[in-house]
Write a protein that binds this ligand. Structure first.
Ligand SMILES: *Cc1c(COP(=O)(O)O)cnc(C)c1O
Length: 420
């Protein structure tokens, strides 16, 4: 009865206005603050809004050669980067079936949900996975890598597989230190890294860090819609691929790399996604990759300050492993993270990341990567704080803590002060 009165509350002044269950989201922008897919900038959407061209014609080959060259600068490699029309998961599979053979032993680490999914895929494909258990609050421990590889004196382990940025937990594993651990053990295993939620938002160097296969996806730091998967492939991985006994066709690197040399694919590629990728690469270089990384680091620090001032807990326990592309926030025992997310979506039209797997209901994740600026972060944190208020989750003033940090570290602040 009161609900019915509520709906007509503009006639009854002492009854509070009842907000409809699902607010029409036709006004203003939706805040897509999940850690991927991320907000696609208008500039990229416009760049994709072109006629689809003949994928065997000269205009296509010019587009493809430019993009295939440009994407290497993002992975920081001089090796080929294979681009698939696929999700990130497809690129995971491509990495495994090209470089390995059924029955091969691989070393993986339980850093969270995505590492667990990649492990499940490896198992289903017939690889023998040694899965190092983890608490979903720490990254890969390089000394553990060294210890396990030293113990493998027969070199039965064919690959070490690591998720760089564990998107389910906001924990980053330190790739150069893991490379150094493999080298200290003098072990010949291939090194494969999933950078799906770190590429183009956190420092990453395929060649310098001695990675053999780097797996990427289009819909996170690259600011594109979902739909492209990437494998950056070292000479050692291409050599290993020649001995691979997995059956494969669509994923096979060799035919694609061969066709790519003249700017083509063995099949119809995702032409309009490549227009978008060309624009994304241009945007990243206009800002400068180092500036892109610094921007993400600053947003991550502001977000952590908000979490601390709210009196909530960061899921990541090690400051050296804090992710710069997302923050996972742990609620207190009896507070429901999914209820909080639903309240924020219904009232403020903002999507936040859910708690995955064993973190369901306990954690929500704030994506602060891709096409994102200070006021978008401020709006995001305001939405979270209003949600905490509405859900009666005890909290301090995280927004003020973040705004103070953003104002005092604004990139152009120092030059303005000098002039004043
Ligand atoms: C998003 C993500 C994936 C899965 O990518 P899909 O495009 O959803 O298949 C895998 N690994 C990590 C680290 C991710 O963030």
């Amino acid at each position: 009865m009161s609900a019915i009165i509520g709906q007509f509350s503009h006639y009854v002044f002492d009854v509070p206005l009842k907000v409809p269950q699902k607010m029409p989201s036709t006004s203003g922008r939706h805040f897509l603050q999940i850690p991927g897919p991320t907000n696609v900038p208008d500039r990229i959407l416009r760049a994709m809004d072109l006629p689809t061209i003949d994928h065997r014609g000269p205009a296509f080959s010019e587009l493809a050669l430019g993009v295939l060259d440009g994407i290497k600068t993002i992975f920081k490699t001089s090796e080929p980067v294979v681009i698939y029309g696929s999700s990130g998961t497809g690129a995971w599979e491509a990495a495994l079936v090209n470089a390995l053979s059924p029955g091969d032993r691989v070393l993986m680490f339980e850093t969270g949900w995505f590492a667990s999914l990649w492990r499940e895929m490896a198992t289903r494909l017939g690889l023998e996975v040694e899965f190092v258990p983890g608490d979903w609050r720490h990254g890969v421990d390089p000394s553990e890598v060294e210890r396990l590889l030293l113990a493998d004196s027969q070199h039965g382990t064919k690959a070490v597989l690591v998720v760089h940025n564990e998107t389910s937990t906001g924990v980053t594993s330190r790739i150069p230190e893991i490379r150094a651990a493999i080298d200290r053990a003098g072990h010949p295993a291939l090194f494969m890294v999933d950078t799906i939620s770190s590429l183009a938002s956190m420092d990453y160097r395929h060649d310098e860090w001695g990675v053999d296969v780097t797996v990427g996806g289009s819909q996170k730091g690259l600011m594109l819609p979902p739909g492209l998967g990437f494998n950056a492939v070292s000479a050692k991985a291409r050599e290993a691929a020649k001995r691979s006994k997995f059956g494969k066709s669509y994923w096979a690197w060799s035919e694609i790399i061969q066709a790519n040399k003249s700017g083509f694919w063995p099949y119809t590629p995702a032409t309009n996604m490549l227009y978008g990728l060309r624009e994304a690469i241009n945007m990243l270089h206009e800002e400068g990759l180092e500036a892109v990384f610094a921007r993400h680091a600053r947003f991550a620090e502001a977000t952590r300050r908000a979490v601390n001032a709210w009196g909530l807990e960061l899921l990541c326990l090690q400051p050296l492993q804090y992710s710069n592309s997302l923050t996972a926030v742990l609620l207190r025992e009896h507070d429901d993270a999914d209820q909080l997310r639903a309240t924020i979506l219904e009232n403020f039209d903002m999507s936040l990341g859910t708690g995955l797997g064993r973190l369901k209901g306990r954690v929500f994740r704030i994506g602060h990567l891709g096409d994102f600026n200070d006021l978008m972060l401020a709006g995001t944190l305001c939405g979270v704080q209003m949600g905490l208020e509405m859900q009666a989750i005890r909290h301090g003033d995280g927004v003020s803590a973040a705004l103070d940090y953003l104002a005092s570290t604004a990139p152009r602040r120092s030059s303005e002060l000098v002039r004043a």
